[in-house]
Every structure is written in structure tokens, then in C-alpha cells.
Design a protein around this ligand. Structure first.
Ligand code: ADP
Length: 633
């Protein structure tokens, strides 16, 4: 494509326009982040150049020292940021600065809270960094030339409003990108060297590319004497992870986290290690405190930043951690990989798989330590990433036990907002108890009020209340913990063996006797419900409720069936057993009603049990009519 000779006016894509509107009109706090965003882009551009030049050294042209230069013109009220990174071609300018390709941006817009501070924090996280220039500028000019293109293949992009921008072919000697911000009248204070240095120190000290500014002229400069412009580097410009731990402050670690993660909240913990052995590498891994918006999108970029001997190789090297640890952010710097390593190569590298198992273990240890030393932090972690960690039970066979120890659940023995571990449960298990009991429900309220709990409550046996929508799936991968079996209390015949020596339930000791007394009733109800149920039997679970539905021990519960349905997979046909509590007054009504009342009664008992099982009511209209007939009678 040839560059247009005359300036051309192009329109922004809708989302880009929305973001611009937000930047121009709505960000009132934390305005200084624009500089961090632009520096981060410039640093990425230098990294990209270095990486592409590994295979095409000519891209360095005549200058292989990456750098960012920031200058100001106080009188004109402008800030100029120049990098000698990869630059952009005309098409890239249109793609990158005129549209927002990522689906994430729509999410960003949805996530806006109206709270300026929070929204400003979202900007970086959602990668709308460049547009943050418009927080402080009312006109932005970008001049750029992609490395390797001829000087006259450069482009000027300029924009002074929300709707459109101008593109123009220009000539530019140095490769890379120069961005000039024409500050808004009320933001002119940013055109101040001291102010900018402070902001750079605050946010960008750890950027590995040197950021230079003009050295302040000596105070006693002679009047009228020509001053040679001297640049000086204002950031540390060294790889943080290569410094000894003792030299790095918590603030440094946190600032670096923000740089690698684009998350501007503090991380919960980090772990910085240099490993020397079969493979030599340094890792710096962080656990964030809150989930990103796209944690559950499987194609979301994940993984760590990969460096080989301090040379940036790629973002999102996902081969170094398993999928269920995708929330971990950080850096890995290896000495055992070639500089031209590709994603394909990473996949088959023994070094990578060895580092991956070590990092996995490191993260799990970090979590375990947090759980022991800082339970409050662990609670935050669990709320943010617990559901993702659960995936590890299926994904990582080798670390199953470790992961199981990290799981947290609500329980009948704890408050609603308190979560316990399986080890807590096992520690309080009754001497006669041989199982860890759990119940799956849609919510804590549904669980704690569930009839399935009645007999356990009566005997003072703790039951875990599992309310995450993947918990039934999780439990299919967790059948035992510390040698104790786990059991879903809503499935199969209830084995009360462990309670046998406690006869306080007032029922006869002989289940056969119970059966004989009530077989007429169960048969009657079974006859009415027909093929809705597998059968009807007397319940050992219930003390207060009239009935509940129970599926076979190895059959799918409501949650699993929903998961399969949502995935468009066939759901095996299975029918529940209706368990009834003959001591309940509603059941005694069966002996004194007429035929039609008995039929309504049977259906109402069944459909109530259906609702309580967490399943959808099969025929709500019919249910209401049956119930109303009984109420009126
Ligand atoms: P992000 O940096 O999160 O991708 P931005 O809106 O900040 O989002 O930038 C959009 C894109 O514009 C970048 O991904 C990059 O391709 C390009 N870009 C921005 N600044 C520069 C620069 N200084 N040099 C080269 N490309 C840049």
C-alpha cells in the first residue's frame, strides 16, 4: 500500500470513540498515569524490535541501543516522548490507533463503575493505554516509522477530538515512534521536568529501557551562552529480578508487578528465586489480589513474561505454568533456552517442562504458606481464584493432594462467610464417623435450608456446603482426603452405619418393620407418579421435611447435568428415587383424603422435593393448580 500524499481524515471505530470520550471527559483523578502508559508502550516497542532483530539484524539500522527520550516545551505546553523501537507502518497505525481490536474493550466499557479512581485503574488493565494521552492532551500527534521501512514511508497521525483523526505521509529519519501531547490548558502543569521525573520514578523506574530527559542546565549558566543539550537517564533501567532480594523493596516489587500485569492493585504475595542446577533460571511470580475480567475466557493470554539472559523474548509464555494457575503473573529469565526460541520450541523443551513443574510447586507452596501465615490474604485469594484452582484437581494429577489441601468450603460447622479446609473437617471428625459428608446446592441459603441436612444436623455431624457451580464436577475428582472418603449426602441410600449406636431418632431399630408399615403408602405414591421416579422409599435422611429426591450414588446430580447441557453434550437419562418421611403430617393426610386429593398430594410432595433438590420445576402451572386445590379444600 502506498502512503497517501495528502492528509487524509479517517473515523474512529465506535469502541475507540467511546474510550476516547471517556478519557477526554471523565477521568479526573490519577491523571499522571498517561505517562506510565506511553512509556510502557515505548518499552514494549523497543522489546519487539530487539526480538525481531534477532533474526533480522538489519532492523537495528545504525542504532542498536534502545532508548526512550522525553522532552518538554513549557511555553508551548507540550510533552514529547520518542522511542527508537519497532515503530508502525501506515496499516499498523490504522489498526492500532484507530480501532480497538480486542473484545476486552467492550468488557472494559461494561466494567466502568462511574467511580473515577476505579475506572482510571481499569484503563491499564484493559489495555487502552495509548488513549490515556487524552486525559491530559487535547491534541495528540504521533510520528512513526516501522524499522526497516524507508524514511519516506513514515506516517503522521494526529487527532484533536473524539470522532476522527488525520493521517499523513511524512519522512522520518530515525525509526520508531514520537508522540507529542499538546496539553489541555488546565493540564499544562505536566509540562514540568521535575513533575515528569517524579512520575517516571514512581511508575517506570523498573522499565529496562533507559528513559532519558534533558539534564537541567547549571544554575550559573552564562547569559546568552549556547547550552549543549545533555541527556541523562532518569530511571534505574536494570532488570529488577537480577538484583539481589535484599536490595529490592516491597514498593519496587509492587511497581514491577503493575508493569508486568497491567493490574494497578497490589499483589497478594510474590516469590523471587534464582535457581541453579540442571537448569539455571530466575523466576519472579506474583499472586494478584483480584481476578481479571477475562479469567474464564479460555483463549485469554496467560502465562509469564519470558526473558532469555535478560533479553525479552515474549509476553504470555503459557508453557511455564499449568492452565489452572493462569492467574499467576511474573517473569522467568532462563539461561538454557536459545534466544530465537519459538512457542513451538517451548512446547517440546525438556528445560521448559522441568521449570514448569518446579514453578507449579513453587506457586502451590506460596499458596500454602499464605493460607497458614495470612489467612485473611488467603481468603481474598480464594474468593478471587478458588474456582480456577479447583480445575487443578482434574488437570494436575501429580499435585492433587497439595491442591486438595488448598481447597476451601463453607460448612454447617462455620458461619456463612467463613470457609474451612478439608483438613479442618477431618480434625473435628467424630470418632464413629468414617466419611466427609458434603452437599451440593446453588447457594448457601439453598444448602443450609436443605432437607438433606436434617439427619446430620440431628446427629451433630458436620456437612460441607458446596455452592460453586463446578463443585459436583470437582468432587468427581476428589473421592478421598487423608484416607477419608468423601460422600454426597443427596446421592444413594444413606448409610447411617456410623450413627448406629445413636438411637435418639425415635424410629424403630428395624428398618424392615418400617418398610412393612409403610409399603402401602410408598406403593400408592409410586403408582401416581409413574415414570417420573425410579421408585418411592422411606427416608432415613429426613426428620422435618415431608420428602426429598435422591439420585443413585454414581448418577449425575443437577449441577453436572446442567454443565453437560450447557456444553451441548448428551445427558444420560436417570430418574431419582422419592424418599418420604411418613412421620410428617402431610404424609398422614394420605390416609384421610379422597382419590383426587391424594393424587394432588402426591404430586405436590414430589414437586416440592424437586424444587428442594435444586432442579427446575417440570410443570410450574400444574404444581400451582394442585397446591391451590389442596389449600382450598
Ligand atoms: P496496548 O499497549 O495495551 O496494546 P495501546 O492502546 O496502548 O494498547 O496500544 C495499542 C497498540 O499500538 C499497541 O499494541 C502497539 O501495537 C501500538 N503502539 C502503541 N504505542 C506504540 C509505540 N510507541 N511504538 C510502536 N507501537 C505502538
Amino acid at each position: 500500500m502506498t502512503a497517501a500524499a495528502k492528509p487524509e481524515t479517517l473515523g474512529f471505530q465506535t469502541e475507540a470513540r467511546q474510550i476516547l470520550h471517556l478519557m477526554i471527559h471523565s477521568i479526573y483523578s490519577n491523571k499522571e498515569i498517561f505517562l506510565r502508559e506511553l512509556i510502557s508502550n515505548a518499552s514494549d516497542a523497543c522489546d519487539k524490535l530487539r526480538f525481531e532483530a534477532l533474526n533480522a539484524p538489519e532492523l537495528h539500522e545504525n542504532d542498536s541501543n534502545p532508548g526512550i527520550r522525553i522532552s518538554i516545551d513549557e511555553d508551548a505546553g507540550t510533552i514529547t516522548l520518542a522511542d527508537n523501537g519497532i515503530g508502525m507502518s501506515r496499516d499498523e497505525v490504522i489498526d492500532n490507533l484507530g480501532t480497538i481490536a480486542r473484545s476486552g474493550t467492550a468488557k472494559f466499557l461494561e466494567n466502568l463503575s462511574g467511580d473515577q479512581k476505579k475506572d482510571a485503574q481499569l484503563i491499564g488493565q484493559f489495555g487502552v493505554g495509548f488513549y490515556s494521552s487524552f486525559i491530559v492532551a487535547d491534541r495528540v500527534v504521533v510520528e512513526t516509522r516501522r524499522a526497516g521501512l524507508a524514511p519516506d514511508q513514515a506516517v503522521r497521525w494526529s487527532c484533536a477530538g473524539e470522532a476522527e483523526y488525520q493521517l499523513e505521509a511524512i519522512s522520518k529519519g530515525e525509526r520508531g515512534t514520537t508522540i507529542t501531547l499538546h496539553l489541555k490548558e488546565e493540564e499544562k502543569e505536566f509540562a514540568n521536568a521535575w513533575r515528569l521525573r517524579t512520575i517516571i520514578k514512581k511508575y517506570s523506574d523498573h522499565i529496562m529501557i533507559p528513559i532519558s530527559m534533558v539534564k537541567p542546565a547549571p544554575a550559573k549558566a552564562e547569559e546568552g551562552a549556547e547550552q549543549e543539550v545533555e541527556w541523562e537517564v532518569v530511571n534505574k533501567a536494570s532488570a529488577l529480578w537480577t538484583r539481589p532480594r535484599s536490595d529490592i523493596s516491597d514498593e519496587d516489587y509492587k511497581a514491577f508487578y503493575q508493569h508486568v500485569s497491567h493490574d494497578f492493585r497490589d499483589p497478594l504475595v510474590w516469590s523471587h528465586n534464582r535457581v541453579e542446577g540442571k537448569y539455571d533460571y530466575t523466576s519472579l511470580l506474583y499472586i494478584p489480589s483480584e481476578p481479571p475480567f477475562d479469567l474464564y475466557q479460555r483463549d485469554t493470554p496467560r502465562g509469564v513474561k519470558l526473558y532469555v539472559q535478560r533479553t525479552f523474548i515474549m509476553d504470555d509464555a503459557e508453557q511455564f505454568l499449568p492452565l489452572y494457575l493462569r492467574f499467576v503473573k511474573g517473569v522467568i529469565d532462563s539461561s538454557d533456552l536459545p534466544l530465537n526460541v519459538s512457542r513451538e520450541l517451548l512446547q517440546n523443551s525438556p528445560a521448559v517442562s522441568s521449570i514448569r513443574s518446579a514453578l507449579t510447586k513453587r506457586v502451590l507452596d506460596m499458596l500454602e504458606k499464605m493460607a497458614t501465615d495470612n489467612p485473611e490474604d488467603y481468603k481474598t485469594f480464594w474468593a478471587a481464584f478458588g474456582s480456577v484452582l479447583k480445575e487443578g484437581m482434574a488437570e494436575d494429577f501429580a499435585n492433587r493432594e497439595k491442591i486438595a489441601e488448598l481447597l476451601r468450603f463453607t460448612s454447617t460447622a462455620a458461619d456463612k462467610d467463613q470457609k474451612i479446609s478439608l483438613a479442618d473437617y477431618v480434625a473435628r471428625i467424630k470418632p464413629s464417623q468414617d466419611k466427609i459428608h458434603y452437599l451440593i446446592a446453588d447457594s448457601y441459603e439453598a444448602a443450609i435450608n436443605s432437607p438433606y441436612l436434617e439427619i446430620f444436623r440431628k446427629h451433630g455431624i458436620e456437612v460441607l456446603l458446596l455452592t460453586d457451580r463446578i463443585d459436583e464436577w470437582l468432587m468427581s475428582h476428589l473421592t478421598e482426603f487423608q484416607g477419608v472418603q468423601l460422600r454426597n449426602i443427596a446421592k444413594g441410600e444413606l448409610d447411617l452405619g456410623e450413627l448406629e449406636d445413636d438411637k435418639s431418632d425415635g424410629k424403630s431399630d428395624d428398618p424392615e418393620q418400617d418398610k412393612a408399615d409403610t409399603s402401602e403408602l410408598t406403593e400408592k405414591i409410586a403408582g401416581i407418579l409413574g415414570d417420573k421416579v425410579e421408585g418411592v422409599r422411606i427416608s432415613r435422611r429426613l426428620t422435618d421435611s415431608p420428602a426429598c429426591l435422591v439420585v443413585g450414588e454414581h448418577e449425575l446430580g443437577v449441577q453436572m447435568r446442567r454443565i453437560l447441557e450447557a456444553a451441548g453434550q448428551p445427558v444420560p437419562d436417570s430418574k431419582p428415587v422419592l424418599e418420604i418421611n411418613p412421620d410428617h403430617p402431610l404424609l398422614s393426610k394420605f390416609s384421610d383424603g379422597g382419590d383426587s386429593a391424594i393424587e394432588d398430594l402426591a404430586w405436590v410432595v414430589y414437586r416440592q422435593a424437586l424444587i428442594l433438590s435444586g432442579d427446575d420445576l417440570d410443570n410450574p402451572g400444574e404444581f400451582i393448580r394442585q397446591l391451590n386445590r389442596l389449600l382450598i379444600a
